[in-house]
Write a protein that binds this ligand. Structure first.
Ligand SMILES: *Cc1c(COP(=O)(O)O)cnc(C)c1O
Length: 432
């Protein structure tokens, strides 16, 4: 067999250089892939361009942040105007309240909301609030769920009988991770049992739709059961809608499934490509935040005018065009999912495709994927080959099996035809 020669590439040179001063050459680990990541110089609409001049159709979309595509005109204008007026005041602006009103308008479960910078900060604050409010210690998360890069949530299930979590990162303290209990997604009786065994549960945190172990949907009634169980036990329910907020619907997964959490976290699509996040919920919980209450939360850049202007513009744009974009994206994504499933089945490749709204993911397994265990049964090496082949054919998806393919309102029918062609070639190349 003829071995393909690696093409000379500026990305490779830039990566070699980056590795000398940046650990592993990347500022977030999921960006790394073999043999080296592609370096990007600019983006517009549905596309990103790499330093070698390749135009890639972007189906990573900022891990969901770019619901409206790259450099959506309304957002760029709003931010440009704000840049001329200032970038950081560290004293309140009326725009922060405008944004809080917009968010609570879209998410009626939130009476009040604090703005922060990242999803990780939002979940960290949500968990501290739940503990401060209940005066209890433990939190429950679901196996495979991702809630950011802090110790309480970088936890997965321990082995055997131990239902205490173990840290997934070196440097994480056992004293912290043992206060995080891990339940199984789509298993309400497992959640009930975990709560029954431990009377000290301060909160249950869940991605209502799992979007960090591939895409996994809640089975019929699951979220309603989680709500009923937490309510019955008087435990605050935290919906981590960092991915699903504004993506599944203008009011997130909670609107889509009709379930009302006590606390909600938002980030990615909120900012339309800028770093901003939010944590909000019931008044009596949120009022525990300092300085009025005794649960500490603070940040220099929280509510900074640049990110706030981006988020206001993003939410207003979403609300203005929601009747077009959500049904359209759902149709596009369902069509793509079905077509990719048909391709795989025609080629005799065992594959499952989960999709919802503008999100989808393929798993290389013959069994339905409904939780972390079934997601792990997917052939991740095969997914790695799919990723590489898609890239070769001009389509950039998140490099990991445990991420999601995202569409944006900037993707045209023509773009999706191109994407489907790329999947056809890529699946053909990895069929053996
Ligand atoms: C991305 C993500 C986070 C973390 O957000 P960052 O902005 O990366 O800190 C938290 N929860 C979920 C569900 C996420 O997908």
């Amino acid at each position: 067999m003829v071995q393909e020669q690696p093409r000379p590439s500026r990305s490779r040179d830039l990566f070699d250089r980056a590795c000398k001063t940046i650990p592993s050459g990347v500022n977030s680990p999921v960006r790394y892939f073999e043999p080296h990541p592609v370096f990007i110089t600019r983006s517009q609409g549905a596309y990103i361009w790499d330093v070698d001049g390749n135009r890639l159709t972007d189906l990573c979309c900022g891990y969901g942040a770019l619901l409206l595509g790259h450099r959506r005109q309304e957002i760029i204008s709003a931010v440009s105007e704000q840049l001329l007026r200032g970038t950081l005041y560290c004293s309140p602006t009326s725009e922060e309240t405008d944004l809080a009103e917009l968010i609570t308008g879209n998410f009626p479960s939130m009476d009040k909301v604090r703005l922060v910078n990242t999803g990780s900060e939002a979940t960290m604050t949500a968990i501290r609030l739940a503990r401060g409010f209940t005066k209890r210690r433990k939190i429950i998360k679901f196996e495979g769920g991702y809630h950011g890069a802090h110790d309480s949530v970088l936890v997965s299930a321990g082995s055997g009988q131990a239902h205490h979590g173990i840290s997934t990162s070196e440097g994480g303290l056992e004293e912290v991770s043992q206060n995080t209990l891990v339940a199984r997604y789509n298993d309400p009786s497992g959640l009930e049992e975990t709560i029954r065994q431990d009377g000290d549960v301060a909160g249950v945190i869940i991605e209502p739709v799992m979007a960090n172990m591939g895409l996994i949907l809640p089975q019929d009634g699951f979220l309603q059961q989680v709500r009923r169980i937490t309510q019955k036990n008087d435990i605050p329910l935290i919906f981590d809608e960092v991915v699903t907020g504004f993506r599944v619907s203008p009011g997130g997964a909670q609107q889509h499934y009709g379930v009302k959490p006590d606390i909600t976290t938002l980030a990615k699509a909120l900012g339309g490509g800028f770093a901003i996040a939010a944590v909000g919920g019931r008044r009596e919980i949120m009022d525990n935040l300092t300085p009025g209450g005794r649960v500490y939360q603070a940040s220099t850049f929280a509510g900074n005018p640049v990110a706030v202007s981006a988020a206001i513009s993003s939410v207003r744009t979403i609300n203005r065009i929601k009747d077009q974009i959500y049904p359209h994206l759902e149709l596009q994504c369902a069509g793509l999912s079905r077509a990719v499933a048909d391709l795989a089945s025609d080629m005799g490749i065992d594959a499952q495709i989960n999709h919802l709204s503008s999100m989808m993911q393929i798993f290389f397994t013959s069994e339905p994927v409904t939780d972390y265990d079934s997601a792990k049964r997917s052939d991740a090496a095969r997914f790695g080959r799919l990723f590489a082949e898609l890239l070769k054919n001009g389509v950039f998806v998140a490099p990991s099996q445990f991420e999601v393919v995202f569409l944006s309102s900037a993707h045209s029918g023509e773009d999706l035809d191109h994407v489907l062609d790329a999947y056809r070639l890529a699946l053909g190349a990895i069929r053996d």
